[in-house]
Ligand binder design. Structure first.
Ligand SMILES: C[S@@+](CC[C@H](N)C(=O)[O-])C[C@H]1O[C@@H](n2cnc3c(N)ncnc32)[C@H](O)[C@@H]1O
Length: 274
């Protein structure tokens, strides 16, 4: 067996699954063909499993660009990241680069990835949020000496990604290539518990009820194909009812990113298995 390179998520991501891994561990299948994760985000589960043969995707173009640049051009990315400084005025200058569409389009993929990672490391709570025009609008964050460029981890991530296929696109694209015995982990934006309780605007198009229903159809189709399926979502009546014919496990999660800090605490989430 080849030696696996240990690597870790290179961004902090809303809904990241790191804290839930100990509770999820016993539900990961022991044997499967390929690993597929269509809502990769920060990739906590992917980096935990480091599967030999995998396909990852997300519909966030800035995020997918980072994965591709780390895979193909990590040394130039590291060089670019080293130029950034943790300073408020500088942060807002870098954030404002997407306000000039023409200039932004002229940036190289490396410069764009460098900007995205810098904003993630120094912005408020590692949040990714864009307004209705698609402009990044997270305020400057208070951090103690943030590690903007973690060279060792970036190189290890690059190594991990060498054999991984990376796609930009909505989750339905997995129907085009998923086969029997593949293991698919779905971690979509959660169905909200109330209008304000959960954060779902990772990108311009929020993930609404019809997206949850579409995802359920994909889940059913892949179940028919004989895949190993795992899906995370909120502990809500809608989700419990939708997936009632599957195995539903309740996990306890500490919510980290929430605009209402009074509501931080342990909440139930579901893990659905076929
Ligand atoms: C809950 S997060 C995933 C978190 C990830 N598991 C982690 O550990 O960091 C949900 C992800 O779904 C992505 N997303 C939202 N709508 C999508 C869609 N229609 N298709 C694919 N990805 C989507 C978001 O960009 C976000 O990265």
């Amino acid at each position: 067996m080849t030696q696996k390179t240990r690597s870790y998520p290179f961004v902090k991501w809303a809904g990241g699954k790191r804290q839930l891994l100990p509770q999820m561990e016993k539900y990961f299948p022991k044997h499967y063909n390929r690993y597929i994760e269509p809502f990769i985000g920060g990739g906590a589960v992917f980096f935990h499993l480091i599967p030999e043969n995998s396909i990852i995707s997300d519909n966030n173009p800035d995020l997918i660009n980072c994965y591709k640049v780390i895979k193909d051009d990590v040394e130039r990315l590291i060089k670019s990241l080293k130029k950034h400084i943790y300073e408020k005025i500088y942060y807002y200058e870098i954030r404002a680069l997407d306000r000039d569409v023409k200039k932004f389009a002229e940036l190289s993929d490396i410069e764009k990835a460098s900007r995205s990672i810098y904003l993630n490391k120094t912005g408020y709570n590692g949040l990714y949020r864009v307004n209705s025009k698609g402009l990044f609008n997270v305020p400057f964050g208070r951090h103690k000496n943030p590690k903007i460029c973690d060279e060792t981890n970036l190189r290890n991530v690059s190594q991990t990604l060498k054999k991984v296929e990376i796609f930009l696109g909505s989750f339905e694209i997995c129907l085009d290539f998923v086969e029997k015995d593949d293991f698919i982990y779905f971690d979509p934006p959660y169905f909200p518990l109330s209008d304000t309780a959960l954060f779902t605007s990772y990108t311009k198009n929020s993930f609404d009820k019809s997206s949850q229903l579409k995802l359920f159809e994909v889940f059913m189709e892949l179940n028919e194909r004989g895949c190993n399926l795992m899906l995370s979502n909120s502990y809500s009546e809608f989700i419990l009812d939708l997936y009632k014919d599957f195995k539903i496990i309740t996990l306890k999660a500490k919510r980290n990113i929430n605009s209402n800090s009074q509501k931080r605490g342990l909440i139930n989430e579901v893990l659905i298995l076929n």
